[in-house]
Unconditional design. Structure first.
Length: 288
């Protein structure tokens, strides 16, 4: 005959076992790193970027080289990134068809960028810098741009992305324009798509995401853009030496297809996870 203690012990074990076997408690730990997540989405090129790491992490071998000696900083998840001085430091990847819209008709450009100033010492024309891109005289392709806080076009710290004709001139692009804080990390994703046309986007479109959220979409036809195959190298920290970015850049990836909104959001959340329930409760208590 079992004692009251034995019965109590058996019932307790059954309760605990049942409790942890419920579906919503069967949580598998996510040990996948940010780099692993990006590579699982099959980019054509991926440079995590640190002063000691210049290799393309895909199998395509699109390795780059630094000019100057950029310093190191840390991304929100603690991974390394590089800091460019805004004067003469940059990263170069030799020309390759995989860096072009024309390879498949679609190019997605993803990066983490951190402007360390809001007025750049080496900007160009109306007051902007090309902090990444592929283009030179008569060999223009695409560019990631950021405007100075004060500029001739009244676009304070606008961040944009453009697709160009080979001959250059005005590009078709998308942008977001928010108040910025120097030293704040931003997840940037530019899409150039000439394949998924429609009555609204007869020759394709550009899209721009900030921190995992779609902020703008525009027509390539507005500027009669037909992307060509440029022979210019791709550069990070500058595009063609007409301007230089002062700040940090890391985790640059290029894809020959359009990432889905969920993929882009997942990439952002992998680097900057949403606050936990405990964090929310603490925040609410601090506000009281």
């Amino acid at each position: 005959m079992k004692s009251k203690y034995d019965v109590f012990l058996i019932v307790s074990i059954m309760i605990v076992t049942s409790f942890f076997s419920l579906p919503h408690f069967s949580v598998k730990a996510d040990s996948q790193s940010y780099d692993q997540m990006i590579l699982a989405d099959t980019p054509v090129a991926y440079w995590p970027l640190s002063p000691s790491e210049t290799s393309d992490q895909t199998s395509n071998g699109l390795d780059g080289t630094f000019t100057g000696s950029p310093s190191q900083t840390l991304l929100p998840n603690g991974d390394a990134a590089v800091v460019f001085n805004g004067i003469d430091q940059y990263f170069t990847i030799p020309d390759n068809d995989d860096l072009e819209v024309t390879q498949t008709g679609i190019l997605t450009v993803e990066a983490w960028m951190r402007p360390d100033v809001l007025q750049f010492p080496n900007s160009e024309r109306a007051g902007y810098v090309h902090w990444m891109g592929k283009g030179e005289t008569n060999q223009h392709s695409w560019a990631a741009r950021m405007y100075d806080e004060t500029n001739d076009e009244n676009r304070p710290n606008r961040i944009s992305g453009y697709s160009f004709n080979l001959s250059g001139g005005l590009g078709a692009g998308s942008y977001f324009q928010d108040p910025l804080i120097a030293g704040e990390w931003i997840h940037y994703t530019l899409v150039i798509n000439t394949v998924n046309t429609s009555s609204d986007y007869t020759t394709g479109y550009t899209k721009l995401y900030k921190n995992g959220v779609l902020r703008d979409q525009d027509r390539l036809s507005d500027y009669n853009i037909v992307p060509g195959n440029s022979t210019a190298p791709m550069r990070i920290g500058t595009r063609d030496f007409a301007s230089f970015f002062q700040g940090a850049i890391g985790k640059v990836a290029l894809y020959d297809y359009e990432l889905t909104p969920k993929q882009i959001s997942d990439h952002y959340q992998k680097m900057v996870p949403p606050p936990s329930l405990n964090d929310k409760i603490k925040s609410e208590n601090n506000e009281r």
